[in-house]
Design a protein around this ligand. Structure first.
Ligand SMILES: *[C@@H]1O[C@H](CO)[C@@H](O)[C@H](O)[C@H]1NC(C)=O
Ligand SMILES: *[C@@H]1O[C@H](CO)[C@@H](O)[C@H](O)[C@H]1NC(C)=O
Ligand SMILES: *[C@@H]1O[C@H](CO)[C@@H](O)[C@H](O)[C@H]1NC(C)=O
Ligand SMILES: *[C@@H]1O[C@H](CO)[C@@H](O)[C@H](O)[C@H]1NC(C)=O
Ligand SMILES: *[C@@H]1O[C@H](CO)[C@@H](O)[C@H](O)[C@H]1NC(C)=O
Ligand SMILES: *[C@@H]1O[C@H](CO)[C@@H](O)[C@H](O)[C@H]1NC(C)=O
Ligand SMILES: *[C@@H]1O[C@H](CO)[C@@H](O)[C@H](O)[C@H]1NC(C)=O
Ligand SMILES: *[C@@H]1O[C@H](CO)[C@@H](O)[C@H](O)[C@H]1NC(C)=O
Ligand SMILES: *[C@@H]1O[C@H](CO)[C@@H](O)[C@H](O)[C@H]1NC(C)=O
Ligand SMILES: *[C@@H]1O[C@H](CO)[C@@H](O)[C@H](O)[C@H]1NC(C)=O
Ligand SMILES: CC(=O)N[C@H]1CO[C@H](CO)[C@@H](O)[C@@H]1O
Length: 653
């Protein structure tokens, strides 16, 4: 009895365990919060990496410049996502714009593999910016190596703009951009200003294999490289006991550890700063990998450059800095066994981050949205990418900015002179609440000079000269001009008036214009009528067919099938399709040119030929009797001339 209950319980728990395992696996498959861009991959292409199962997509929709290039097949390509690059031969700064969720912590990784894609055998050096801030310099000490940069960053806006900047040392390019949302409670820094952490070192300590682990072992797709030299390795036989914290560390990484070769000596790690002004944050991850007997304990304290940092460490835990360490040339981390401990210290994983100064704020989002709106509305074809105002030396052409009281850049000046603008003046300009200077001169803007411009209270200069604006200049703008608070230029707009009296005069002009237009139309109609009468006489010996023509200009596909007797007789093969013999209901013999659907050029010609030939008839043209335009089916129906010029018919289409 007892045994059956036990067995049932065991069964229940094994089922529960299996379900939990499946749930864990399902969770591990989840790529929500991942954005994985394979740069240079042809537009709309996507694939799942064989190595990791990560779904990579083309980044073409996130950037409107650069060219797609492929690593030559002679190079060794270790990973599929490194096969293409996007290269930026034009423009000094080229930027991606990637939508993100603001106030969410992201791990953002940019990867570069040169692979001699440009056949120059000379890897370039260039800068990587992050919006208005400098992220890093990308260089390749060894052309065959993959370089990557990784930051942990919490965007305050709902987009990020990684930029590649040409510094005169070769053409910038990029291979992969990856974004992964992290737990907001992990990698917390207790600092007043929001700090960006840039990856310096990340190691899987005591790994028994030479593999790097990432997704799916790591739900956040951090890359853990093996590190084992100089230590004694420890690996656990049961990973099931792995506890989890906000860092969601991979079990495979936490199941191995290192300890010092001499059990009584401290366990030491060290690194040398690239630059003594750099500041570092350290994250150490611990997990017991041995089964301790009742009389055994493991306990240790940690010092950094001989200063007490944390202790005693006793169990599964992540230890991290709340503040960056005091600046130093080298950093020496030592794990000391406490007096009570019977076992030496261990460590399973270590991460070191360098502080990045991303303190330059991005331009006010309203201003950015407005200028993007204007760029799209008018199709402005300038190299407007990345942040419009900052860094100052990359400020957009035609834009001037100021830094407001909250250190946020704002747009104060917009010069779109001679930019081929058409259409009316867009009211979205009003969202530039502190605009002082607006130059829209020498374009083809039409419509009125709108009243709403008076709402731009800070406006000091308004130049709309050399356009096609009509109507009256708003009186408030004129008042401001007269009082000297606004420099206003409205010259060279033939139909724009400064006074009411001028407006009355203007009403006459459109009237005259419409009268003359009417006259022209009448004249043209008369001409066509005369012309058609003449040509009809030539091409239509009997008036009956003339009337049939105008009635049956458009044929249906079913009619075509009837006319050609299901495409019974081929009379020729033209460049853009086949010509069939057919007979109309009135026994007129016709040639039916079927346009092959693949031929786009053919389709354009089809349209113009159909339009032209149904209107104009001429003795030197084969008379067109009609056409068919039903979806994919395009056909032209000509009069069939037994002694006529078949070559002409074929060559025409
Ligand atoms: C990947 O491509 C397929 C079609 O090839 C498409 O249906 C799918 O939506 C694409 N996936 C993504 C994430 O773009
Ligand atoms: C990004 O977001 C903006 C505004 O929310 C939207 O207009 C745009 O289409 C998005 N871009 C992409 C590539 O999804
Ligand atoms: C570059 O790296 C590869 C692979 O690690 C190595 O074989 C090669 O010798 C290196 N070349 C140079 C110039 O360091
Ligand atoms: C480890 O560091 C401590 C102090 O930081 C030092 O005394 C000791 O010699 C170091 N041990 C090794 C093996 O480097
Ligand atoms: C713990 O106990 C075992 C026997 O139970 C003994 O062999 C071992 O030396 C003890 N270890 C320590 C550190 O006391
Ligand atoms: C470890 O740190 C504790 C304080 O947390 C201290 O009392 C103890 O003396 C330290 N032990 C060693 C060996 O440094
Ligand atoms: C060390 O062991 C002694 C006696 O077993 C105990 O009183 C003391 O609290 C322990 N110290 C620590 C830091 O655990
Ligand atoms: C921007 O400001 C600079 C310096 O004040 C000035 O030289 C330049 O003409 C301004 N550009 C525009 C478009 O207003
Ligand atoms: C405005 O742009 C035009 C054309 O690009 C340029 O000629 C003019 O100097 C600019 N105005 C100012 C104030 O910079
Ligand atoms: C006006 O714009 C045209 C092109 O849009 C340009 O060729 C011309 O030089 C411009 N005139 C002035 C005065 O800037
Ligand atoms: C403590 C422990 O389990 N060590 C093992 C770690 O893995 C290596 C290689 O698989 C074994 O040789 C060790 O015995």
């Amino acid at each position: 009895m007892k045994q059956t209950v036990m067995r049932m319980l065991l069964h229940f728990f094994s089922v529960l365990f299996a379900v939990l395992t499946i749930l864990v696996l399902i969770q591990a498959q989840d790529q929500s919060g991942f954005i994985s861009l394979d740069c240079g991959l042809p537009k709309d292409v996507n694939y799942s990496s064989l190595e990791t199962g990560i779904n990579y997509i083309s980044e073409a929709k996130f950037i409107d410049s650069g060219v797609s290039k492929r690593i030559p097949p002679t190079e060794i390509i270790v990973k599929q996502q490194l096969e293409h690059v996007r290269s930026f031969p034009n423009g000094v700064r080229n930027c991606y714009r990637i939508n993100v969720t603001s106030d969410t912590k992201y791990l953002i990784r940019a990867t570069f593999y040169y692979g001699n894609y440009d056949d120059l055998n000379d890897p370039p050096e260039f800068d990587l910016h992050f919006g208005p801030n400098v992220w890093d310099t990308v260089n390749f000490p060894n052309a065959s190596l993959v370089t990557f940069m990784e930051i942990i960053y919490t965007p305050s806006l709902d987009y990020i703009q990684p930029c590649l900047v040409n510094t005169g040392k070769g053409t910038p390019f990029i291979s992969v951009i990856e974004l992964r949302t992290l737990n907001n409670k992990a990698y917390v820094t207790y600092s007043s200003k929001s700090i960006v952490l840039s990856l310096f070192r990340r190691f899987n300590l005591g790994s028994i294999s030479d593999k790097s682990y990432r997704y799916k072992d790591d739900v956040y797709d951090r890359i853990w490289n093996p590190f084992k030299s100089g230590f004694k390795l420890l690996n656990s036989s049961n990973n099931d006991l792995l506890l989890q914290n906000n860092y969601a560390l991979p079990a495979i990484v936490m199941s191995t550890a290192v300890t010092s070769l001499n059990p009584s000596a401290p366990l030491n790690f060290s690194w040398t700063a690239n630059n003594v002004n750099d500041q570092y944050y350290l994250y150490m991850h611990f997990n017991e990998v041995e089964e301790l007997a009742a009389n055994e304990t493991r306990e240790f304290n940690i010092t950094v450059n001989d200063r007490f940092w944390y202790g005693p460490v006793t169990s599964y835990i992540t230890i991290f800095s709340r503040e960056p360490f005091p600046r130093a040339k080298t950093y020496e981390i030592s794990l000391f066994k406490t007096d009570n401990s019977t076992l030496p210290p261990i460590a399973n994983a270590i991460e070191v981050y360098k502080v990045k100064d991303f303190s330059q704020s991005e331009t006010h989002q309203d201003d950015v949205d407005t200028i993007m709106n204007i760029k799209n509305t008018y199709g402005v074809s300038r190299n407007w990418q990345g942040d419009p105002c900052v860094p100052v030396n990359y400020m957009w052409e035609g834009v001037n900015c100021t830094i407001d009281a909250n250190s946020i850049p704002r747009i104060t000046s917009l010069n779109l002179s001679s930019s081929g603008l058409t259409g009316e003046i867009s009211s979205s300009i009003l969202k530039f609440t502190i605009l002082q200077y607006l130059d829209l001169s020498n374009n083809s803007l039409n419509g009125p000079l709108p009243d709403f411009l008076t709402q731009l209270r800070s406006l000091k200069v308004l130049n709309v000269g050399k356009n096609k604006l009509v109507g009256l200049v708003p009186s408030e703008l004129l008042d401001r001009y007269k009082s000297g608070s606004l420099s206003l230029s409205v010259d060279d707009n033939p139909d724009l008036c400064k006074t009411e009296s001028c407006k009355k005069k203007n009403i006459v002009v459109p009237l005259v214009a419409s009268f003359s237009a009417l006259a022209v139309i009448l004249l043209i109609s008369l001409g066509i009528w005369l012309f058609r009468r003449q040509t009809d006489e030539v091409t239509s010996p009997n008036s009956e067919r003339g009337s049939m023509k105008s009635k049956h200009q458009k044929f249906t596909y079913t009619e075509i099938l009837n006319i050609t007797d299901n495409f019974q007789t081929i009379i020729g093969e033209g460049g853009f399709g086949t010509v069939y013999f057919g007979i109309l209901q009135d026994q007129t013999q016709v040639a039916v040119k079927m346009l092959s659907p693949s031929s786009m050029q053919g389709y354009k010609e089809f349209q113009s030929e159909a339009q032209l030939l149904t209107i104009v008839h001429h003795r030197n043209l084969v008379p067109l009797l009609g056409y068919c335009d039903e979806g994919q089916i395009k056909a032209l129906i000509y009069e069939y001339m037994t002694n006529g010029n078949l070559q002409h018919l074929l060559g025409n289409l």
